[in-house]
Design a protein. Structure first.
Length: 255
């Protein structure tokens, strides 16, 4: 086939130049249409910026965590088993819980931080009353060493000795008496430690108090005798001993 008269040897170059100008896809598209490549400097700056932003985010998260834990109770820094304590306890509640559990280390740290050793709860219990009621002799000793009032009274006039007697905690009673607790102290209703032990059926505690010299000739403000309270506490042994000592089995209370 003969080449048309209008075709010339420069025609292919002409078409290529026109394609470049028109940017016709697939027909030798110019390199200028490809995605521009970043220079080495640009890539370096982008990497530095990413590291800076990551560092700022980390510092912000760290500051938030510190702010959330700044006012948490002393327990967090003690290495104690937090499972024995409910979440959200303030230091006052934590002290009473530790006193009940016998957690001497936790209680000592809270006291070292400035908590009063004879702080009161809603029933006027002190940490020492709480420890005595729970039979925590080591806790009681630590609190006494720090100046706790062994004759502190709750709303009913119960002392640590009375609470220990009610629970039959002989080791605590022995500690309190050795430190000078009043054996014959009475509560708001005229009941002493021996009478509390008798009414709760604490045979060994009552026997211990009797050996310490507790009087058997006592009545409370309602006229109840120790023999009556021993009967209430189902303490046949104590009742028999009192009868042998001449206790009046016909005595009547105010009711």
């Amino acid at each position: 086939m003969d080449t048309p008269t209008y075709w010339s040897d420069d025609m292919p170059q002409f078409i290529e130049r026109m394609a470049e100008k028109a940017a016709i896809p697939g027909v030798n598209a110019p390199e200028a249409r490809s995605k521009p490549k970043r220079s080495g400097m640009a890539r370096t700056l982008a990497g530095v910026l990413l590291l800076v932003m990551t560092g700022v985010l980390f510092l912000a998260l760290q500051a938030t965590c510190k702010a959330e834990t700044a006012n948490e109770p002393a327990l967090d820094s003690m290495g104690q088993d937090s499972s024995q304590y409910p979440d959200g306890l303030d230091d006052e509640s934590l002290l009473f819980t530790a006193a009940s559990n016998g957690d001497v280390e936790t209680a000592a740290r809270i006291l070292d931080a400035g908590m009063a050793v004879d702080i009161r709860d809603g029933l006027d219990w002190t940490p020492l009353i709480t420890a005595a009621d729970s039979g925590q002799v080591n806790m009681a000793a630590m609190l006494l060493d720090r100046g706790a009032d062994m004759e502190a009274r709750d709303v009913d006039g119960w002392t640590p000795l009375m609470c220990a007697a009610r629970g039959g905690h002989i080791a605590v009673m022995e500690l309190l008496l050795a430190r000078g607790a009043v054996l014959e102290a009475k509560d708001n209703y005229g009941t002493n430690a021996l009478m509390h032990a008798a009414s709760m059926g604490q045979v060994l505690a009552a026997r211990f108090l009797l050996k310490q010299g507790a009087s058997t000739e006592v009545t409370d403000d309602y006229g109840r005798t120790l023999l009556m309270l021993a009967a209430v506490g189902d303490m046949a042994e104590l009742a028999e001993a009192l009868l042998n000592q001449g206790a009046d089995m016909n005595a009547r209370d105010m009711d």
